[in-house]
Design a protein around this ligand. Structure first.
Ligand SMILES: Cc1cc2nc3c(=O)[nH]c(=O)nc-3n(C[C@H](O)[C@H](O)[C@H](O)COP(=O)(O)OP(=O)(O)OC[C@H]3O[C@@H](n4cnc5c(N)ncnc54)[C@H](O)[C@@H]3O)c2cc1C
Length: 288
């Protein structure tokens, strides 16, 4: 469902909704989004089943700010360069925080991907022989950075957008995605009752978490959006110490159930906090 812009000067929004039915919605129209759309179509998806959305005008993405260039072990000037050395340089510069598998995959693919962009018309700076020129750039052992003058990112995005357009990939600009609605709800539990034992958490007939101890936060469990009886039981027991009946969980929403009060004086209760945090990246909780 798309709601058009407010228009100049923050005028009243035109609230006419538009329903767009596509199989694949690509959110983001920078280099990653454009390249994803190209891949989808090249893998056989009908372009009419794809829609690329960007919150700003087409071609206005961070990708256009990338000026230094793109790294890949082409070996234009330094034939001893190799994707394995590129990977080693990347891991070292990343202080070994980056994912080695992903680094290896990206560095191995980069020579082919740089040449692919060349085939699609990227305006690389060239050597006198007409090869893709490469220069030194931060943290690289060899001249490994391919570039297009001082406008590498702009040229890159232009190339990808032109390629996507040649494949008839539909694109909508100035559309801001504020929330992705799904039928899934995410639930986690925080044990904050000092005199209660470790607990199991049930939603209806399903055990969500086992053995969550005092001061621990469970991971998120995904359930269908619905209303559930939430049952808190001492770990391994059948009787509940706290039962919340018919708690409604909406889709595309994350819930944190916080136990409150004390078991000993009968003040045990719970607070439900709803948030729209929905990505794995936000899931920094401790597994039960
Ligand atoms: C100043 C600068 C210099 C850089 N120099 C280099 C360099 O020399 N070499 C290099 O490799 N990298 C460089 N980078 C990094 C590089 O630009 C980024 O890694 C790259 O552009 C990321 O591409 P992307 O497609 O993932 O994201 P982006 O290009 O940022 O695209 C994101 C897209 O998502 C859309 N979007 C975001 N939120 C929403 C929303 N809520 N709803 C709808 N649409 C949304 C945006 O409109 C945009 O279309 C530089 C970055 C900057 C800022």
């Amino acid at each position: 469902m798309i709601q058009p812009d407010r228009g100049a000067g923050g005028a009243s929004p035109d609230l006419t909704d538009e329903t767009v039915d596509v199989s694949v919605l690509v959110i983001g129209a920078g280099a990653a989004g454009a390249r994803t759309a190209i891949e989808l179509v090249e893998q056989g998806i009908d372009p009419e089943d794809v829609l690329v959305i960007g919150k700003r005008a087409h071609g206005d993405a961070h990708a256009t700010w990338a000026r230094g260039g793109i790294n890949g072990a082409l070996g234009t000037h330094d034939p001893e360069d190799d994707p394995a050395i590129h990977a080693a340089d990347t891991l070292k510069e990343g202080h070994f925080l980056n994912d080695p598998g992903k680094v290896e995959m990206v560095t191995r693919r980069m020579p082919r991907l740089l040449r692919e962009l060349d085939d699609w018309g990227m305006a690389y700076s060239r050597t006198a022989e007409g090869d893709i020129d490469q220069r030194y750039f931060g943290a690289q052992s060899f001249r490994r950075t391919a570039f297009a003058g001082d406008h590498t990112g702009e040229s890159l995005l232009d190339t990808l957008v032109a390629k996507a357009q040649s494949l008839s990939v539909p694109y909508r600009e100035n559309v801001f995605i504020s929330r992705v609605l799904t039928d899934d709800a995410r639930i986690r539990f925080v044990h904050t009752v000092p005199d209660a034992p470790a607990v199991d958490i049930w939603a209806g007939d399903a055990a969500l978490f086992e053995n969550v101890a005092f001061r621990k936060t469970s991971s998120f469990a995904t359930v269908d959006a619905d209303a559930y009886d939430i049952d808190v039981r001492p770990a391994g027991a059948d009787d509940s110490v706290l039962n919340l009946s018919e708690v409604a969980f909406d889709g595309a929403t994350s819930y944190t159930v916080l136990a409150t009060g004390m078991l000993g004086d009968d003040t045990l209760d719970a607070v439900l906090v709803a948030d729209y945090v929905t990505t794995e990246a936000d899931d920094r909780t401790v597994a039960p």
